[in-house]
Each structure stands twice: as structure tokens, then as C-alpha cells.
Design a protein around this ligand. Structure first.
Ligand code: HEM
Length: 203
């Protein structure tokens, strides 16, 4: 996020309000858990899907703003995609902690190399350095290296979708979600290669 020409936004457009909205479902899951009205498998389903959907928002932000340069929503999404990416990590972390708390450690070790879980661990491990370096301070400090680290996000996204499809050996829900991302990212790279248009990957 460039620090140079920051405009003063009204309070309701501040990043804290957006962050509050992004975290609200997680707060509701926690309340439901404390009241014993949410099962482990519902929690895994909800946190997994929220994580994957926030990831999708962060992945479609750039191509959508290239496709619809005059529309407000893609611009807003592109400006805030880092928060969506971070929210995806936060729900992924919640999901992983729930798994580690619920599942006995010998089972965690025993099933580690099952393809539906190995893909999950790989995605999660790739996400850790990305989440740590997601602040303005790291963006400014790392510059080109920051972009290189964050390009790993595409690989993490691939593993997230493999995990989603392979965990219950059901490709449909993952495929429905990944298709718009593939179309929009395909459009983005087609524009880049055919028209040599420069793309803004950080705000
Ligand atoms: C990296 C971020 C991750 C994302 C975005 C993610 C996403 C998802 C999604 C979308 C589902 C399907 C939910 C459903 O339809 O029922 C799921 C299921 C599951 N995930 Fe993840 N996952 C992630 C990481 C992990 C990790 C690290 C683990 C633990 C090793 C894990 C363990 C599981 C399990 C056990 C299920 C099956 C839950 C059930 O149905 O009981 N996930 N995940």
C-alpha cells in the first residue's frame, strides 16, 4: 500500500471497519462453539469455506479491476485485497487449530500424507510467510522480494483447491468456486501478454 498520496477516508470506510466485517463470522462461530451449538464438522466446513472464499476475493481483485476499470466495486476490492488475503489466512488458521484440537495427535501424524490433508498442510505452510509480511512495513522494506514472496500465493491457492476437492473426493464445490478465478486470471494474463498492459499487483 503506497504511503505517499493517502486520502483521508470517512471512518466507515476505514480498514478497521472492513476488518471488523471480515472477522464477524469468526466471532459468531466462536460464540456458537462456546454455546455448544456448533459441531466440529460444521466448524470445519464454515471456516474452510470462509477462508477459501476470502482467498477468491483477493485473487479476482486485479483482473476484475482490469475488466471493469470504471466500476467502483473492483477498485474498492483491489485497494483492499490484502485484507481479504489476510482474512483468508485467519480463517485457515482457525480451521487448522480446530483440526489440531479435535483430532488426536497420533491420528494427525498418521494421516499427514493422505493427499487431501498433505495438500492442506502445503497450502498452509506457504501462507505463513505471506501473512507475516503482509503489513505496510514489510511491503516497504522488502520491495521486489515482497512481490516474489506473494507470487507464491498462486501456488498456495492451487493447493487449497486441491485440498477442497480431495478431502471428500468431491470436485464439484471446489470447481464451482475455482472456475470464475481461472476465467478472470486467464483474462488478466491474456491482456498482459497480448497488449503488454502493466498491471498493478499492489495497491
Ligand atoms: C490453508 C488453508 C485451508 C483452507 C482454505 C481450507 C479449506 C477447506 C474447505 C473449503 C473444506 C471443505 C469444507 C466442507 O465442505 O466440508 C475443508 C475441509 C477440511 N479441511 Fe481444510 N482448509 C485449509 C487448511 C487445512 C489444514 C491445514 C488442515 C489440517 C491439516 C485442514 C483440514 C481439513 C479437514 C479435516 C477437512 C474436512 C472437515 C470435515 O468435513 O469434517 N484444512 N478445508
Amino acid at each position: 500500500m503506497g504511503l505517499g498520496n493517502k486520502k483521508l477516508l470517512p471512518w466507515w470506510r476505514s480498514k478497521f471497519i472492513l476488518w471488523g466485517f471480515l472477522m464477524l463470522p469468526g466471532l459468531m462461530f466462536t460464540i456458537a462453539l462456546l454455546r455448544d451449538s456448533m459441531s466440529y464438522s460444521n466448524l470445519m466446513h464454515a471456516t474452510g469455506e470462509f477462508s477459501a472464499r476470502f482467498l477468491i476475493f483477493s485473487l479476482i481483485a486485479t483482473p476484475l479491476s482490469m475488466l471493469l476499470p470504471k466500476s467502483k466495486f473492483p477498485k474498492w476490492l483491489n485497494r483492499n485485497k490484502r485484507y481479504f488475503g489476510l482474512a483468508a489466512f485467519a480463517y485457515g488458521l482457525y480451521h487448522t487449530i480446530a483440526y489440531l484440537v479435535e483430532v488426536p495427535s497420533d491420528q494427525v501424524i498418521g494421516e499427514f500424507f493422505e493427499i487431501g490433508l498433505l495438500t492442506a498442510w502445503i497450502a498452509f505452510i506457504i501462507w505463513i510467510p505471506m501473512a507475516i509480511t503482509s503489513t505496510d512495513g514489510w511491503v516497504n522494506r522488502l520491495k521486489i522480494t515482497w512481490k516474489k514472496i506473494h507470487n507464491w500465493g498462486y501456488l498456495a491457492a492451487l493447493f487449497v483447491f486441491l485440498h477442497w476437492a480431495l478431502i471428500h473426493l468431491n470436485w464439484k464445490p471446489a470447481l464451482v468456486h475455482v472456475t470464475p478465478v481461472l476465467i478472470l486470471q486467464g483474462y488478466r494474463w491474456w491482456v498482459v501478454f497480448t497488449k503488454k498492459k502493466t498491471i498493478k499487483t499492489t495497491e
